[in-house]
Design a protein around this ligand. Sequence first.
Ligand code: ATP
Length: 137
Amino acid sequence: SNFTLTMIKPDAVSKGLTGSILKDITDAGFSIIALKLTSLTLTDAQRFYSIHQGKPFYEDLIQFMTSGPIVAAVLKKENAVESFRKLIGSTNPDQAEEGTLRKKYAESTQRNAVHGSDSDENATIEAHFHFADREIF
Ligand code: ATP
């Protein structure tokens, strides 16, 4: 796919890292084609992370993702899903490569600063989860 969906998570937004992270993303060659400061309701978060229901970290993840504002964006680049997963780095920042967003900005495996869609199918679902067609350029 030539687009992916990212969320700057509550840990990073509350620390004022939104501008730095968006700059790193555009410096890496992604164009921002949709963008908003928003938040997830409990229902939103349960729906977004339904694949993780029942896992040991699920309840805390839902609590964390609904704890404050997030920034949602649709990013455009050739091979966007894979390319962006590379830019964000491993889920656990201790295992993330130097220069990745999680290496630079994440606090922990849970509070790991950014989300990126993990497949083309999910990029489409997640972009429409956050944005109407008229908000995506
Ligand atoms: P994302 O889907 O947010 O891009 P990911 O694909 O790297 O991250 P997933 O395995 O899909 O990671 O997990 C979704 C999110 O759940 C993680 O980004 C993290 O915030 C949280 N999470 C995952 N595994 C753990 C864990 N072992 N302990 C605490 N939180 C976790």
